[in-house]
Structures are given as structure tokens and as C-alpha cells.
Design a protein around this ligand. Structure first.
Ligand SMILES: *Cc1c(COP(=O)(O)O)cnc(C)c1O
Length: 435
């Protein structure tokens, strides 16, 4: 028998017994015109604002107002080493050692800076492998790296593709690619959780495969950080980067995270782009000496960072630290399992969940493919107060986030989806059928 039941009563009962339910009240939940909570399913795109964020940012505004430049040393949280306040909590969230993690720049910028170090092609070994449905920014970034080094961006790009009529990727296929072309591939760069399908990859397995063939391995963890246990250190990956505005709730365009494995921490000869923030903190302000690399991920920093953005990250990480990542993932599995249960109970054969059904191979997001649907389905959901994400040609992505979404939210999403689907019957056009 399923541990889940149909009906709103069950959802309400789950919320009542949920030890994390109190945290919903620590977030601003967007409201509709009548002041009712919207059903927010896009925490995978832009996480909601913790109520405490304002106070954290205000603190820095106040200190700037009152102290000016002295704030670098005299602020309540001195700005000079502000990023250090984030390191331990961020390292915990992604399963890394503090020396392996730093918050800096934005995501795509970090990928480029990391590729300066970990994509060092030779004439023979120059190709880059990515998943065929990689996030566009990642694809553009690696293509431009190929061109930057004088290679053809089509010939040099190797795609790990799903099999015909499938959406998810198979490790056996990756093995085959590496056996065939491994000695020409310089680097694997994979989305730790694929943004489209929600497939959470086995980072360790991919890393071992890549390393076996002499490739460096990096992950874009934008959809993983704050969502799934990444265990970056144990994965053995060379590098990783992620943004903090999705599951890490740090506000639009906020700074990104960066991971460099401990075994690279003291390699002073590893090629990289540097700035004064990569230099030894003790002598940074002497301004005249020879360059002296900081060991670890901090040594990849360039600039003094935006404190206002870091304050928002601190507000969010303090919440993650308080809740504990283990409890979050426990609730996440329950909540998404319930979501899957309700969708299956609809018995509607026009919908298909393309996200893996194994809870260890996904995070909170479910990607729902709706046969013959077009964007009007998404519009209907929006009108019903469900904020979801539409991906052409026919996929709705919904991410019930354990920190602030409720079982009742999930119940309502499925109810509204079911209503929208029954309204939409028989209205599809030829054109959409072809996509
Ligand atoms: C969200 C996301 C991005 C966005 O990159 P920015 O540099 O933050 O604009 C890039 N890659 C992936 C995989 C993403 O999910």
C-alpha cells in the first residue's frame, strides 16, 4: 500500500505533522490580486526571499552609511573577509571541505575561470564533452572556450545524448563515448542535476569514468546546490560551480559558488587568471610585492566582492544551517514522492513524468511532458495561481521546495493541472502535434 493518500485532508495532515512546516513562514510567499498565496513551483528558477534577508542587507547598508571605507574593518561583519562568513555553511551544503569552496562572481563567469585552469587542450586532446541537453549558457561557454583555443566549436564538442525516444542519459553510453574518443577528450562538463529532465547524475561515477580516460571533470551544480546531496569532495570532481539564486534563495543575479578539489589546492603552477583577491591576504595591501597565490578555492578569486549580495547569501545559508541538509532532503523526497503519486493517480495518459522515478536520481523537481500540449496549458495554470515553468516543446517543470512549499501546494498543483488538461481536450492544433 502506498504511504500516500488522495484528497486534501491527507495533504493537510502531512503539513500538520511536518517538522519543517514552520519555515514556510520565514519566507515571503508571492500573492495573487486577492492576497492569496500563489502556488510557487519555480524555486528551481528563482528561490523565494527569506524574511530575514532584509535585515542582513540593511546591516551592510547601515555600516556603509555610518562607516564609509572603515567598514572594511569596522563593520559588524567586516567586509574585508566577508566571503569567509559563507564558506563553512556553503561547504556543508555542497558536501565539500572549506578549502575547496568560495563564493565569487556569477555562475557562467566562474565556469570560464575554472576552464582556464581545467581545460588545457593539446593538439591531440582538445574535445569537450557535455550532455546534449545542457543549459544553453553552459553550451555557449564551452563552445567559446573551444574557439578561444583555436578549435572548431562543432567538431570539438562531444554530446552525451539520450537514446532514441528517451529523455534520460545512460552511463553505458558515456562509457562507450569515452572508450571511442576518450583520448581526444580534454574535459567533461556536466550539469550535476539536468535542468530540463531533473536527472541527478552519479557525480562520482562520471568523475571516475572521465579520470580513467585522462579527462578533467567539472560539474555545473546550479540545479543541485541546495536541492540534492552533491558530496562534491567525495565525487572527486576537479571543479564545480553553481548559482545561489535558485535553491539557495539569495536573490536575482546573486553571486555564485565555486569548488576546486583539495588535491589542486596547493598547485601554484596550475594556469589561472588572477587578481588582487587571489593574493595572500596578509600582504595584499602592501600592493608592491610579488604575486603570492592563496591556496585552495579562494585563490581563484579576482576582485573584492559585492557585500550586499553576500549578505543575502549569508541570510539564506544561516537558514540552511539551522534546518540541516539531511532533514531538508528527507522532506524533499516525501514531498516530491507525493507529487509523483498524485500525478500517477490522475491516470491521464497524455502526461508523462520524464524525471527519474528513483528518488536518489532526482531532486525535488518533476518535469512533466504533456502530449500535444502548447503553452496555453501553462497560461491556464498561471491563471489558476500556479507558478510553474514551461519549456518548449511540451514540458512543464515544477519544483516543490522543502523549505517553503507545503503538501497542500502540491495537492493544488495537481488538481489545477488535472482541470486544465480536461478543459484543453480536443483543442490541439496540427502544428503543435508535429513538434
Ligand atoms: C541557471 C543556470 C545558469 C545561469 O547562469 P548565470 O551565469 O547565473 O546567468 C547556467 N547554467 C545552468 C546549468 C543553470 O541552471
Amino acid at each position: 500500500m502506498s504511504k500516500y493518500q488522495l484528497g486534501l485532508e491527507f495533504a493537510k495532515e502531512q503539513d500538520k505533522n511536518d517538522p519543517l512546516a514552520v519555515y514556510r513562514n520565514q519566507f515571503h510567499i508571492p500573492k495573487d490580486k486577492n492576497g492569496n498565496d500563489l502556488i510557487y513551483m519555480t524555486g528551481n528558477s528563482l528561490g523565494l526571499q527569506p524574511k530575514q534577508t532584509k535585515a542582513y542587507v540593511n546591516q551592510e547598508l547601515e555600516d556603509w552609511a555610518n562607516l564609509g571605507v572603515e567598514g572594511h574593518f569596522e563593520a559588524k561583519n567586516p567586509w574585508l573577509g566577508y566571503h569567509e562568513f559563507l564558506t563553512n555553511a556553503m561547504a556543508k551544503v555542497v558536501g565539500a571541505k572549506p578549502i575547496e569552496v568560495v563564493v565569487m562572481n556569477t555562475l557562467t563567469a566562474n565556469l570560464h575561470f575554472l576552464m582556464v585552469s581545467f581545460y588545457q587542450p593539446t593538439k591531440k586532446r582538445y574535445k569537450i564533452l557535455i550532455e546534449s541537453d545542457a543549459f544553453p549558457s553552459d553550451k555557449y561557454a564551452v563552445e567559446s572556450q573551444l574557439r578561444h583555443h583555436g578549435f572548431d566549436d562543432k567538431e570539438g564538442l562531444v554530446l552525451w545524448e539520450p537514446r532514441k525516444n528517451e529523455e534520460l542519459l545512460n552511463y553505458e553510453d558515456l562509457e562507450t563515448i569515452l572508450e571511442e574518443q576518450g583520448d581526444e577528450i580534454a574535459m567533461l562538463m556536466i550539469g550535476g542535476v539536468n535542468y530540463y529532465t531533473g536527472q541527478f547524475f552519479d557525480l562520482k561515477r562520471i568523475t571516475q569514468l572521465g579520470h580513467k580516460h585522462g579527462c578533467t571533470v567539472g560539474f555545473d551544480c546550479a540545479h543541485g546546490a541546495g536541492n540534492v546531496p552533491l558530496n562534491l569532495h567525495d565525487s572527486g570532481a576537479d571543479f564545480a560551480a553553481w548559482c545561489t539564486y535558485k535553491y539557495l534563495n539569495s536573490g536575482p543575479g546573486s553571486l555564485a559558488g565555486c569548488f576546486v578539489h583539495e588535491r589542486h589546492a596547493h598547485k601554484k603552477d596550475l594556469n589561472r587568471f588572477t587578481g588582487w583577491w587571489s593574493h595572500n591576504k596578509n600582504t595584499r595591501f602592501n600592493m608592491r610585492g610579488e604575486f603570492d597565490q592563496i591556496p585552495g578555492a579562494e585563490g581563484w578569486q579576482l576582485s573584492n566582492p559585492p557585500i550586499l549580495s553576500m549578505a543575502a547569501i549569508k541570510a539564506s545559508l544561516d537558514l540552511f544551517d539551522e534546518v540541516g541538509f539531511k532533514k531538508l532532503t528527507e522532506k524533499s523526497k516525501k514531498l516530491t514522492g507525493y507529487f509523483e503519486f498524485l500525478l500517477k493517480q490522475l491516470g491521464n495518459d497524455t502526461i508523462k513524468i520524464i524525471t527519474p522515478s528513483n528518488p536518489d536520481e532526482r531532486g525535488c523537481q518533476l518535469s512533466i511532458q504533456v502530449k500535444n500540449a502548447d503553452k496555453s496549458l501553462h497560461t491556464k495554470l498561471t491563471e489558476a495561481g500556479v507558478i510553474s515553468d514551461w519549456r518548449e516543446p511540451d514540458v512543464i517543470r515544477c519544483a516543490p521546495v522543502p523549505l517553503y512549499n507545503s503538501f497542500e501546494d502540491v495537492y493544488k498543483v495537481v488538481k489545477n493541472l488535472s482541470l486544465a488538461l480536461s478543459e484543453g481536450e480536443g483543442t490541439h492544433t496540427e502544428q503543435n502535434d508535429k513538434k
